[in-house]
Design a protein around this ligand. Structure first.
Ligand code: PBG
Ligand code: MG
Length: 309
């Protein structure tokens, strides 16, 4: 009766991975309970997800190694895995929202999110690629374009490109405050970019975990450029950022409960050190309490099932 925060399935966005082939389910060892699914199995899983009351998925590809190139041009191939998955999903589960990731890392042979020249990420050159990638995904049926690359200026350029292609109904969810985090490891395993990245990091474009005022500047810029929703990522170590972004701007604020946050709960639970289900539900509730309007999490369908008893 006096509970201040109630979590419901419609708060949740399920993170998912798609892989090539047919009838394939490849478990991801560092993300217990998660697997990469071929498009046919993804569609079946998405029907169940929609029935649980989850409104949307966030989709990421495991690009076949032979399609990864230094410039990541597979990102704007209209027949790439993500585009094929979007078309199949829109045919079969049309009312499940699709959040499409825009960034080059699933497609580059070096694992960076942008164009790499002489060891440096070149911001403005990358924007040209992101624009093509965003248009390809939106044309294939993505409802929400979510740039996770952290280049400067990409929201404005993507908005203009979508509008010019008649895709003015496609929303933009900007990864506005995305930190150079140690919690992304299992995700990089899932899309096959960890070995390519090696010891390299993304600190020239992702944010310093020590900064909060910078998060407000980054968010203000993305809103001015046309973002419909903003994201804070990761979530649990950044509850203060979620709260201040939500109260400062009032825009729909989405939090990304990232792979490492999910995996550490699963790993500790496997050892019997914590009650994994309780810790997962507590984590997601706390993220909502901090101000998130919705949460991207790999635990979405589990949590929706628990909430429905
Ligand atoms: N474009 C990169 C991207 N998009 C989503 C995630 C991480 C999500 C997660 O850890 O669950 C990352 C990782 C990175 O910046 O290397
Ligand atoms: Mg920015």
């Amino acid at each position: 009766m006096v509970r201040e925060t109630s979590l419901v399935p419609s708060d949740l966005i399920q993170g998912m991975f798609v892989t090539d082939g047919e009838n394939r389910r490849e478990p991801i060892p560092s993300l217990p309970g998660m697997a990469r699914l071929s498009v046919d199995l993804l569609v079946e899983e998405c029907k169940r997800i929609r029935e649980l009351g989850i409104p949307a998925i966030a989709l990421f590809p495991m690009t076949p190694q032979e399609r990864k190139t230094p410039d990541g041009s597979e990102a704007w191939n209209q027949d790439n895995l993500v585009c094929r998955a979007c078309r199949a999903l829109k045919r079969t589960v049309p009312d499940l929202g699709i959040v499409g990731d825009v960034a080059l890392d699933p497609y580059t042979s070096h694992g960076q999110d942008g164009v790499l020249i002489d060891g440096q990420i070149v911001n403005d050159l990358t924007l040209e690629s992101l624009k093509l990638q965003a248009v390809a995904q939106a044309a294939a049926g993505c409802d929400v374009i979510a740039p996770s690359d952290m280049m400067d200026g990409r929201i404005g350029i993507i908005r203009a490109a979508l509008d010019a292609e008649g895709l003015s109904q496609t929303m933009i969810l900007s990864y506005a405050a995305k930190y150079a985090s140690g919690f992304y490891g299992p995700f990089r395993d899932a899309i096959g970019s960890s070995s390519a990245l090696g010891k390299a990091d993304k600190k020239t474009y992702q944010m310093d975990p020590a900064n909060i005022v910078e998060a407000l500047r980054e968010t203000a810029l993305d809103i001015a450029e046309g973002a419909d929703m903003v994201m804070v990522k990761p979530a649990l170590p950044y509850l203060d950022i979620i709260q201040t972004v939500k109260t400062s701007f009032g825009l729909p604020t989405i939090a990304y409960h990232v792979s490492g946050e999910y995996a550490m709960v699963k790993a500790a639970a496997e050892r019997g050190w914590i009650d994994g289900d309780a810790a997962m539900l507590e984590s997601i509730t706390a993220i909502k309490r901090a101000g998130a309007d919705a949460i991207i999490t790999y635990a979405a369908s589990d949590i929706a099932r628990w909430l429905r008893g």
